[in-house]
Design a protein around this ligand. Structure first.
Ligand code: M6R
Length: 611
C-alpha cells in the first residue's frame, strides 16, 4: 500500500528519498513521485516503478536537501502520472503526499471549486493540498495552523507529509489511521511510513499516534496533537538491521524468507520454550494469563494469511488447552454487531501490525470491554501498541508481499500459547506437555530437512506451471494449510486456486475434477490418514492429478499419488509448520516459471492500511 518517505538535513534529499522509496517497493504500488524544496518546489512523478522515476530524475537532477516522496497504491483515480503524488494546491505553494482515504473529499472539492479552485487529478489527496493552501492564503494563518485547520475538516484516514515554499526548512507530517514514524539523526531527520527507509541512517525513532503531527526541521522536531497540544514523545530504538531488509544473494525476498524459516521459528521460540523445565514462558502475556484461562471464549481475528494462522490456532487451543475458540475475519467483525464483552479475550494476528481491518476489530473489542491480545511481527506497530498485551513473532522484516515466515512464526506463537494455557488450566498433563514441547523444539530442524529437497519440488512444479486451476485439500490442522497453499498460489502466480476441507470436496468442488486438475492433498496427520486416502482415491477415480504432502513413512499415500512430497514426522498438531513449506515452494517456483513479479504481485499491497 502507499508509502511515504521524507528527508531534511545535509544530504542530497533525492538520494535519500529515492532509496527510501525503493525500500518501500515491497508494500505494493503503481506510481511514485518526489517533491524537492530548493527555492521553489519541484515535483517529478511517474506511473509505474520507482525505476521509471529515477530515469526522469537522472535526466534532470533535482538539487536540494529537503523533500518528500511517495509510492501510490491507487484508491481514487486510476494509476497514472497525474494521479501520482505529490499533489499541490492551486498556487503550487504546498506539496503533499498522503496515505489513506479522505472520505469527505467530494464535498470539500465542490466547495473549493465554487471558490475557483481547479483540480488536475481525480484523487482525494489533491483536495487536501488545495484545502491547506486555501486556509493558508485566505485566513493568513501560519503553516502549522493551516495544516491543523485543514485536518480538522477532513473525515477518513491519513498519514501525510507536507512541504511549503514559504517555509523551506520545515516538513510537517501528521497521522490518523496510517502509520508514520520520524527518524532522528545528527542535524537531519527522516520520515517514513515504516522503518525500512530509515534504518540505514538511524535507529532512533518516534512513532506518531493518531491525531498527532510533527513539525520537523534539520536540527529539531516537535510533536503536537492536531488540536495543538505539545507532546513529549518517547524515542524508541529500532531492532531491525539493514541486512534483514536485503536479499542476501537470493533472487527474491520470498525465497529468502522461505529459507529463513528454520531460524525464524527458532527465534520465535528462543527463551520462551524452556525444554529443560517443561515450561513455556511468554512474558508479554504472563500478567494476563489468569484472565485468558478464565475467559468464556477466545475470539481470534485477522485477515489473509494471518487469518489462516488463526484457524490453525483454533484447532490448537481447542485440542491442547480445551478453550472455546471462534475465528473471525477481522474485516467482518464490526459488521456482525459482535456479541463480545469483558468475559471474552480477543487475539488479533497481524504481520504488519497496521492492517486497518484488524485494527478496527481491536478497537471494537476493546470498546466492549474484552481483553485484546496481539500477535504481531512489526515491533512498535499500531496494533502492537493498541492491544492490551501480546507476543511478538520475531520473524524479522517480511518484505515479500506473500507472507511465508510470518505464517510459521504466528503458528509457532499460537502453539506456545496453547501449551501455556493448557498447562495452566490443567488440560495438559506433565507427560503430554513434555511430548509437545519436545516436538515443537524439533520443528526448525525438520523445516531445514524439507528445504534440502527444494530442488525436487522445483522440478515437479515445472510440470504444473501452466495448469489453469488448482485444488488444495486438507483436514483438521491442515485444512487451514490448504487455504494458505491456495492463497499463496493465486496471489503470486495468478492461477485460480481453491482450498477446501477435504470432506467438502464431494459437496461441490468434485465437479471440477478432470485430468487437467492438479489436486494438492495434505495427508500428514495420522488421525485423518484413512480419510485422506479415500479422498485421493476419489480424485484419482476422476483422473485428477494428485500431489500429496505426506509423512516420510506413508507408503500408502505415496503409492496412490502422482507426486509425493515427504515431510518428517511430528506431533499431528504441529504438522502445519511443516506441510506449509512445500506449498510455499510450489507457489514460488510456479510463479517464477510464469515470469510473475514474485515479490510485488499485481494489485497487492504488503500492508493493507485502508478498510
Ligand atoms: O499484516 P497482516 O498480517 O495483518 O496482513 C494480513 C493480510 O493482508 C496478509 O496476510 C495477506 O493476505 C498476504 N498477502 C498473504 O500472503
Amino acid at each position: 500500500m502507499c508509502g511515504i518517505v521524507g528527508y531534511i538535513g545535509h544530504r542530497k534529499a533525492t538520494d535519500v528519498i529515492i532509496k527510501g522509496l525503493q525500500r518501500l517497493e515491497y508494500r505494493g504500488y503503481d506510481s511514485a513521485g518526489v517533491a524537492i524544496v530548493n527555492g521553489k518546489i519541484r515535483i517529478e512523478k511517474q506511473k509505474g516503478k520507482v525505476a521509471q522515476l529515477v530515469k526522469v530524475i537522472s535526466a534532470n537532477p533535482m538539487q536540494g536537501s529537503s523533500g518528500i516522496g511517495h509510492t501510490r497504491w491507487a484508491t481514487h483515480g486510476e494509476p497514472n502520472d497525474v494521479n501520482a503524488h505529490p499533489h499541490t494546491g492551486q498556487k503550487k505553494k504546498f506539496a503533499l503526499v498522503h496515505n489513506g482515504i479522505i472520505e469527505n473529499y467530494d464535498a470539500i472539492r465542490k466547495n473549493l471549486e465554487s471558490k475557483g479552485h481547479v483540480f488536475e487529478s481525480q484523487t482525494d489527496t489533491e483536495v487536501l493540498a488545495h484545502l491547506i493552501e486555501e486556509i493558508y492564503e485566505i485566513s493568513d494563518t501560519d503553516f502549522i495552523t493551516s495544516v491543523q485547520l485543514a485536518l480538522n475538516e477532513v473525515d477518513g484516514t491519513f498519514g501525510i507529509a507536507v512541504v511549503n515554499n514559504d517555509d523551506p526548512d520545515t516538513i510537517i507530517v501528521a497521522r490518523r489511521g496510517s502509520p508514520l514514524l520520524l527518524g532522528i539523526g545528527e542535524g537531519e531527520h527522516f520520515i517514513a511510513s515504516d522503518a525500512s527507509p530509515i534504518i540505514e541512517y538511524t535507529n532512533k525513532v518516534v512513532y506518531l499516534d493518531d491525531d498527532e503531527m510533527a513539525i520537523i526541521n534539520r536540527d529539531s522536531y516537535e510533536v503536537r496533537t492536531i488540536k495543538n497540544v505539545t507532546l513529549n514523545k518517547a524515542v524508541h530504538e529500532l531492532e531491525m538491521s539493514i541486512e534483514q531488509i536485503e536479499k542476501a544473494g537470493f533472487p527474491h525476498f520470498m525465497l529468502k524468507e522461505i529459507y529463513e524459516q528454520p531460524d525464524t521459528i527458532a527465534d520465535c521460540m528462543r527463551g520462551r520454550l524452556v525444554v529443560s523445565e517443561n515450561r513455556i514462558q511468554l512474558g508479554g502475556i504472563a500478567h494476563v494469563l489468569d484472565r485468558i484461562v478464565n475467559a468464556d471464549r477466545i475470539i481470534i481475528a485477522a485477515c489473509g494469511t494471518s487469518w489462516h494462522a488463526g484457524l490453525v490456532g483454533e484447532y490448537l487451543f481447542e485440542y491442547l488447552a480445551k478453550k472455546k475458540v471462534e475465528v473471525e475475519y477481522a474485516s467482518e467483525f464490526r459488521y456482525q454487531n459482535p456479541l463480545i464483552d469483558e468475559k471474552d479475550v480477543m487475539i488479533v494476528i497481524s504481520q504488519s501490525g497496521e492492517t486497518a481491518d484488524t485494527l478496527a476489530a481491536v478497537r471494537e473489542a476493546k470498546s466492549k470491554g474484552a481483553l485484546v491480545l496481539g500477535i504481531c511481527n512489526v515491533v512498535g506497530s499500531t496494533i502492537a501498541r493498541e492491544t492490551d498485551a501480546g507476543v511478538y513473532t520475531h520473524a524479522g522484516p517480511e518484505i515479500g508481499v506473500a507472507s511465508t515466515k510470518a505464517f510459521t512464526a504466528q503458528v509457532t506463537v499460537l502453539s506456545l500459547m496453547a501449551i501455556m494455557i493448557g498447562q495452566k488450566n490443567g488440560a495438559l498433563s506433565e507427560k503430554k506437555s513434555a511430548k509437545l514441547i519436545k516436538a515443537l523444539n524439533e520443528i526448525p530442524e525438520k523445516v531445514k530437512a524439507i528445504l534440502e529437497h527444494a530442488d525436487d519440488i522445483k522440478k515437479m512444479s515445472e510440470l504444473f506451471t501452466y495448469a489453469p486451476n488448482f485444488l488444495y485439500l486438507g483436514r483438521s490442522y491442515n485444512f487451514p494449510v490448504a487455504l494458505e497453499g491456495a492463497l499463496k498460489l493465486k496471489e503470486i502466480s495468478y492461477i485460480h486456486a481453491e482450498g477446501y476441507p477435504a470432506a467438502e470436496m464431494k459437496h461441490g468442488p468434485i465437479a471440477l475434477i478432470d485430468q487437467h486438475m492438479p489436486v494438492v492433498v495434505i495427508a500428514a496427520t495420522d488421525h485423518t490418514n484413512d480419510k485422506m486416502i479415500s479422498n485421493i482415491e476419489e480424485v484419482r477415480a476422476r483422473k485428477g492429478r494428485v500431489i500429496a504432502i505426506a509423512n516420510e513413512n506413508n507408503s500408502e499415500v505415496a503409492n496412490l499419488a502422482e507426486y509425493t512430497i515427504r515431510i518428517p514426522e511430528t506431533h499431528d498438531c504441529f504438522t502445519p509448520l511443516l506441510t506449509v513449506i512445500p506449498l510455499q515452494l510450489i507457489s514460488y517456483y510456479i510463479a517464477v516459471n510464469r515470469k510473475c513479479d514474485v515479490d510485488q504481485p499485481r494489485n497487492l499491497a504488503k500492508s493493507v492500511t485502508v478498510e
